[in-house]
Design a protein around this ligand. Structure first.
Ligand SMILES: Nc1ncnc2c1ncn2[C@@H]1O[C@H](COP(=O)(O)OP(=O)(O)OP(=O)(O)O)[C@@H](O)[C@H]1O
Ligand SMILES: [Mg+2]
Length: 286
């Protein structure tokens, strides 16, 4: 469980807060998507969770951040890493080894995992990420999607209860992006791992996340289930977040007085909406 209370942060020398008055509780087993325009403070929020702020990037830190009961200011990054694993926006900067298995071993050895457990954990992490066949490949020979999976495998080998990903699909095509999120869903459903994903592609979050947090200029401006947040399209647009086309359609139908229900955020709901607007849609195949 993560609890942020009245959290504000200003980088040293900056003339405005990167985070302002954030209050957010993330329960165990959540699948939270974080979205917002560039400079909104999304990466900074992930730095607070993993302790990079204020341990590596100093500044004025106000309020409290608790990760599974650990105060991130007091605990230090190594201790926090035992609870929460991070995949950073700059993935190449995060990788330290030349070969996939060495990348995973590095973390396990660093965490002083007993020798007789290491091979099992390594194999299980590769298997879970679906990259058992890439074990001895060099990282530089992998595609963007494969590299992403190797980074995630290195994190899950450490068995954190929480995984935070900062724009994990930034470099990926739509099919590989979905693959990464399908895998995250599996980790979330099968092992109850909390997933916190900063992501620009709102349709991915609408499909896979259960909750959405919208950030704008350092503030948390909307937070709720995906369905709840999508009921506020004006606020999303004001924050510079593109809303899904199905939601735009719902909004237009509502403004035209043709529809009075909840705004849809995926195709299944769009279909239900269209059935109420045009009953003939019931039999249409779309
Ligand atoms: N190391 C740093 N030192 C000083 N200011 C920083 C630093 N990192 C980020 N900032 C500033 O903090 C604010 C929030 O930046 P942050 O990187 O958290 O935004 P973001 O939402 O992740 O943006 P993006 O979508 O571009 O990744 C911005 O004004 C940014 O310029
Ligand atoms: Mg960022």
């Amino acid at each position: 469980m993560i609890s942020l209370k009245d959290l504000s942060f200003r980088y040293r020398g900056a003339d405005r807060n990167a985070l302002s008055g954030i209050n957010l509780e993330i329960p165990d087993g959540a699948f939270l998507g974080i979205i917002g325009p560039s400079g909104a403070g999304k990466s900074t929020l992930t730095y607070v969770l993993n302790g990079v702020v204020p341990h590596h990037y100093g500044g004025d830190f106000y309020g409290r951040a608790l990760v599974n009961g650990l105060d991130t200011v007091e605990a230090g990054t190594e201790r926090i890493a035992g609870e929460l694993g991070s995949v950073f926006q700059d993935i190449d900067g995060q990788m330290v080894a030349a070969v996939v298995e060495d990348e995973i071993l590095f973390g396990l050895e660093n965490f002083r995992v007993p020798r007789d457990e290491i091979e099992d954990r390594l194999a299980a992490a590769l298997e879970a990420a679906g990259i058992g066949d890439l074990r001895r490949r060099t990282l530089s020979s992998l595609s963007g999607g494969q590299k992403q999976k190797a980074a995630i495998a290195a994190i899950i080998a450490l068995r954190p209860r929480i995984i935070v990903l900062d724009e994990a699909t930034g470099e990926l095509d739509p099919a590989s992006s979905r693959q990464v999120f399908l895998f995250l869903r599996e980790l979330n459903r099968q092992f109850g791992i909390t997933i916190i994903a900063v992501e620009q592609k709102i349709m991915l979050l609408c499909e896979f996340a259960r909750e959405l947090a919208v950030m704008d200029r350092g503030e948390l401006v909307l937070h709720g289930t995906v369905a709840e947040v999508l009921q506020r399209p004006e606020r999303l647009e004001e924050a510079g977040v593109n809303i899904p086309r199905v939601t735009t359609l719902g909004k237009a139908l509502r403004e035209g007085g043709l529809y009075g229900g909840a705004l849809p955020h995926n195709l299944g709901e769009a279909r239900r909406m269209m059935e109420t607007v045009v009953p003939e849609c019931r039999n249409a195949a779309f």
